[in-house]
Design a protein around this ligand. Structure first.
Ligand code: GLN
Length: 487
């Protein structure tokens, strides 16, 4: 048996008919992690005893009964540490469950471990974890090791390497979709306000959303229908009914779809293999009856600049609470009160986090506020309008998820600007709040995964999932496995 390779849907069938038990799934996952986790390091912390304890009381009739799920290290699970892959929170024991965790628990999910990430979700390669990088299960043909993408790199690598059945990540500027694209899995960023952020450690509160990373679109639908919905604990979550996403996946006829292809996304800097792959997906939709049309999202070019002003500004405010007094690491060298703050923060935060705090503090400071932060807010509004206008003429938008395939470990680590440019295709969905999904498309000539991104109007996850499911049902790219991972 190789239960670790299977989807939630398939395991749930076997669990319901009592052909297997949740313990069998954990046994298979444990064997797989023993073999592969030392080289991948998908987890910041992995605890099979903790998982087995939960199995004792699990309700097997619940929708996710007995399904082990990896949780990104910035989402609170009672009894586990929420380190955000930072020395700052290394010993922070979650006193409560995030709302998404409460919902998953009620649905019978088993929490397996803490997926590694870029520290405080800041990064695009998962190299900025204070606990060491995660490696992509996919390698170049000459054996060069590749990044899994970030910041939810641990979640994506765990799913791609069959070290978890599914995972949760968070996406502020692409952190679910870009790693999904690099690792060859499905990743969904819901509409801002679709899923409660209560219990997610905030990075940029106006952009953050929690979402699933899974082996199939069907599994993403299953997870989304459990975690979505209004939450009295979180006032940006919206009172909009949650459709039974997993039951309506086949309810769309592609002939009725108009899909927009934004010309600003197919420009210089886009890898030719990625372009070919996305063009062939576009042709597939067209061949199956969809109407394809060129559209324009004119403010695309400003997206990255706007994002790195707004996200760092919000981060500098959100991370002010980690001061060595109330939360997190406290320096043992501090003698005076002021040193408690500065030494604790100096020792607790990594380089990238400090860079973001400095940038954010700068753009918010008096004299610069209008020139940077205020201006960025105005352009953010224009980007949102771009999408509103586009969705007057099309139902969905199709683009690449990332401009290239996974890059070698160490390649961009010393060049923050180059690292930030990873996010050109994913950021706009966060700035405008729309939902977006990345699914595996035709791989590169070297056999590396390429992600196809679909974006939809606010709260149109149902249509997004349907269109993604149609493509996935007709292709087997999501079944491809990295070398050495095919059993
Ligand atoms: N790569 C982006 C950043 O570094 C996005 C991160 C995210 O979505 N959490 O900010």
């Amino acid at each position: 048996m190789s239960l670790h390779t299977e989807s939630i849907t398939s395991l749930r069938h076997q669990l319901s008919s009592k052909a297997i038990s949740p313990g069998d799934i954990l046994d298979d996952l444990e064997t797989q992690t023993k073999q592969h986790e030392p080289e991948i390091h998908a987890y910041r912390d992995l605890n099979f005893d903790f998982a087995r304890e939960q199995v004792q009381s699990v309700d097997l009739d619940a929708p996710l009964g007995g399904i082990p799920i990896a949780i990104k290290d910035n989402i609170n699970v009672t009894g586990q540490t929420t380190a955000c892959a930072s020395r700052m929170l290394e010993n922070f024991l979650s006193p409560y469950d995030a709302t998404v965790i409460k919902k998953l628990r009620e649905a019978g999910a088993i929490f397996l471990g803490r997926a590694n990430m870029d520290e405080f979700a800041m990064g695009s390669s998962c190299e900025f974890s204070a606990f060491g990088p995660t490696y992509n299960p996919w390698k170049k043909s000459d054996g060069t090791q590749l990044v899994p993408g970030g910041s939810s790199g641990g979640s994506a690598a765990a799913v791609a390497g069959d070290l978890a059945i599914a995972a949760l990540g968070s996406d502020t500027g692409g952190s679910i979709r870009q790693p999904a694209s690099f690792c060859g899995v499905t990743g969904l960023k819901p509409t801002y306000g679709r899923v409660s952020r209560y219990g997610l450690v905030a990075f940029a509160s106006s952009l953050d959303q929690i979402g699933p990373l899974t082996k199939t679109v069907e599994d993403a639908a299953l997870l989304l229908e459990v975690i979505a919905g209004e939450d009295p604990m979180e006032n940006t979550s919206r009172p909009i009914e949650v459709p039974p996403y997993s039951k309506t996946l086949s309810g769309l006829s592609i002939q009725d779809l108009t899909i927009g292809v934004p010309k600003e996304y197919f420009i210089d800097g886009l890898d030719s293999d990625v372009e070919k792959s996305i063009q062939s997906a576009i042709q597939w939709y067209e061949k199956n009856g969809a109407t394809l049309k060129e559209i324009s999202l004119p403010h695309t070019e400003s997206g990255t600049a706007v994002y790195y002003i707004i996200a760092t500004a919000e981060a500098s405010a959100n991370l002010a609470r980690f001061d060595g007094v109330r939360y997190g690491h406290r320096s043992s060298s501090a003698e005076k009160m002021i040193d408690v703050y500065s030494a604790s923060r100096e020792e607790g935060f990594g380089e990238e986090v400090k860079r973001r705090i400095l940038l954010g503090t700068y753009t918010l400071s008096s004299g610069y506020y209008d020139a940077y932060y205020n201006r960025a807010q105005k352009v953010k509004y224009l980007i949102r309008q771009d999408f509103e206008n586009a969705f007057k003429t099309c139902d969905l938008i199709i683009t690449p998820t990332a401009p290239y395939t996974a890059f070698p470990v160490g390649d961009k680590i010393d060049d923050p600007l180059l690292m930030y440019l990873n996010d050109v295709y994913t950021i706009a969905a966060n700035l405008s709040g729309v939902p977006a999904i990345s699914i595996p498309a035709q791989p590169s000539s070297e056999g590396l995964p390429i992600g196809l991104q679909l974006m939809g109007p606010h709260f149109a996850e149902e249509r997004l999932l349907q269109a993604a499911h149609a493509f996935q049902s007709a292709h087997d790219y999501h079944h491809l496995k990295p070398e050495g991972f095919n059993q």
